[in-house]
Design a protein around this ligand. Structure first.
Ligand code: AMP
Length: 195
């Protein structure tokens, strides 16, 4: 099984790129944000709980995220690989994921970080907000999401850098160009994983 993370700030294109890479390599695309948005749309109990965090642009507590993630993973054990999109969001989530995977003799083989300047992120998210229907694609919440990214999520990069699992791509380019680079990196990592 080949597991990887697409890492990046809000608006970096990690959702789009995760979808493309999972289609190319027939991996499962696991977007935690999307998972929770579906719960909100279905008006479930869990959706009700997480809505107030998402609406404010802050992180959902780890115990809720981990519980939903396990539930999802249990239902998809046969996948040839998983692309994590939007997870981990802090250092505790990153180390918990490694510990859980280690027990199952699995590991995160690769983390691809998409780099985009902040002014572009804001522009993209405001544009997306015109028809995304997302409660957090607006200027006030986006400021909060960027602050959370800077303070809690971005530091996770060092964790993966130290364990030599990090690759970086420039995300301020057309979707197809970014996708081509990511595909190349993933292919190389899969070949290494098989050797
Ligand atoms: P995203 O779709 O990845 O932009 O996530 C949207 C929102 O969902 C975030 O701003 C958080 O409120 C919540 N969320 C998504 N993934 C996580 C996670 N791994 N940990 C905590 N909160 C999350």
């Amino acid at each position: 099984m080949f597991n990887m993370i697409l890492f990046g700030p809000p608006g970096s294109g990690k959702g789009t790129q995760s979808k493309l890479v999972s289609e190319t390599f027939e991996f499962l695309h696991l977007s935690t944000g999307e998972l929770f948005r579906q719960e909100i749309a279905k008006k479930t109990l869990i959706g009700n709980v997480v809505k107030k965090f998402i609406d404010r642009g802050i992180l959902i507590p780890d115990h809720i995220v981990m519980r939903e993630l396990y539930r999802y993973a249990l239902n998809h054990q046969d996948a040839p690989g998983i692309v994590f999109d939007g997870f981990p969001r802090n250092s505790d989530q990153a180390s918990t994921l490694d510990k859980v995977f280690h027990k199952k003799e699995l590991r995160i083989e690769l983390v691809v970080s998409i780099i985009v300047p902040e002014n572009i992120l804001m522009e993209r998210v405001l544009e997306r907000g015109k028809d995304s229907g997302r409660s957090d694609d607006n200027i006030e919440v986006m400021h909060k999401r960027l602050e959370i990214y800077r303070t809690q999520t971005h530091p996770v990069i060092d964790y993966y850098k130290k364990s030599h699992r990090l690759a970086e791509v420039a995300g301020n380019r057309p979707v197809e160009m970014v996708a081509k680079d990511i595909q190349y990196i993933v292919k190389a990592a899969i070949d290494k994983h098989i050797d």
